[in-house]
Unconditional design. Structure first.
Length: 90
């Protein structure tokens, strides 16, 4: 289990916080916090394929993609957002 996954679940309360920046470090930003659900393989495979399609379109070799996800022991961390902020740009 990778550090981020372990960190999201280590204290028995699956919570995460994510800070996202725009292109400039001192530009707009947002923090979201919420409950995390770790979805391991094989249940994570369909969401991983869907995410790839959203970001990059069709993969040239889906069997290779699935094999790589299994080899790398990928998981999906789903976050039910409970709080986000700030209400204005950073």
């Amino acid at each position: 289990m990778r550090a981020r996954t372990r960190s999201a679940t280590c204290d028995g309360t699956p919570r995460v916080a994510l800070c996202a920046f725009g292109d400039a470090f001192f530009g707009p930003w947002v923090v979201v916090e919420g409950r995390a659900t770790v979805i391991p393989l094989p249940d994570a495979m369909d969401p991983l394929v869907a995410l790839y399609r959203q970001v990059a379109g069709e993969h040239p070799d889906w069997d290779e993609f699935r094999s790589a996800m299994a080899t790398e022991r990928r998981v999906v961390i789903r976050v039910d957002i409970e709080r986000a902020g700030p209400d204005v740009a950073g």
